[in-house]
Design a protein around this ligand. Structure first.
Ligand SMILES: [Zn+2]
Length: 270
């Protein structure tokens, strides 16, 4: 594809690369929070039959009758998609692209794949939090706690969609239930601001990977940044849902296609 050559050139010239990634990237890796597909049936068929939940997102926000059931679902999800993650071709391609320049990733994906794939956690902002952390569900204090050890134990001992009560994570301060953390960390927000300031007026390449056209959380701020930065260039990858505002069209490019095919093609050219 001619566009891939042009993109590879932009990557090689860039002083820094800022990646925005959302659901479309996860879906390319096989994790679809919205789909009632074969993977969902295989992993969560029992919950689907018993409670009628249709996809992962519904499971996250379902009013589970008990903590044993809530954590049975949650631990199975995190064990399968985070603890057992071994990478993907599209992630390998992204890593190769990011080896070309200093980078930062801003993502709404909570499953932690960028860090698990070996990208630097100091250069990642998880704007909707991370599944590897939990906090007090009553909000009695702000500290985040790691989830994985508890997740592995719960997954091992889960029976018929229930986790044994003694394995349920408890708040160390108030003894109340814990929940997966869906808030960004302050230190990550500061790291992002620092990155943007550091490459002010330089050739900043923004790669937007699989973010819906109406996304306000990542897409809107990235487009504003490109608008303000004189040397910035913006490339959006989205299958069937490209959107570039008129104000930044001169320094933008849209690629309508499958990330799983395009990113490896670009990485090959580097
Ligand atoms: Zn508490």
């Amino acid at each position: 594809m001619i566009k891939c050559r042009k993109i590879a050139e932009k990557i090689k010239e860039a002083d820094a690369i800022l990646v925005g990634a959302s659901n479309g990237f996860s879906i390319t890796e096989g994790l679809n929070l919205f789909a009632n597909n074969d993977r969902f049936h295989r992993l969560f068929g029992d919950f689907e039959q018993k409670y009628g939940i249709q996809n992962i997102l519904q499971g996250f926000f379902f009013q589970w009758p008990t903590e044993q059931e809530r954590w049975a679902f949650t631990s199975r999800l995190i064990f399968h998609y985070s603890c057992s993650y071994t990478g993907s071709p599209v992630m390998d391609a992204l890593k190769k692209i990011l080896s070309e320049a200093p980078y930062f990733i801003i993502t709404s994906n909570g499953e932690n794949h960028f860090e698990l794939a070996g990208l630097d956690p100091a250069h990642i902002l998880e704007i909707e939090g991370s599944w590897k952390e939990m906090r007090c569900n009553r909000g009695c204090h702000d500290t985040r706690y790691p989830t994985w050890t508890a997740v592995v134990r719960m997954t091992e001992k889960e029976k018929n969609g229930h986790v044994p009560t003694d394995l349920l994570p408890r708040c160390p301060k108030c003894g109340g239930p814990m929940t997966v953390n869906f808030q960004p960390k302050k230190v990550q927000i500061q790291a992002y601001q620092h990155f943007v300031e550091k490459y002010h007026n330089e050739k900043l390449l923004v790669l937007e990977l699989g973010i819906g056209a109406r996304n306000q959380l990542i897409k809107a701020p990235l487009m504003r940044l490109v608008d303000q930065e004189p040397e910035a260039f913006y490339i959006t990858f989205n299958k069937g849902e490209l959107y570039i505002p008129r104000g930044i069209q001169q320094k933008s490019m849209g690629v309508d296609g499958n990330l799983g095919e395009i990113l490896p093609e670009i990485a090959e050219l580097l």
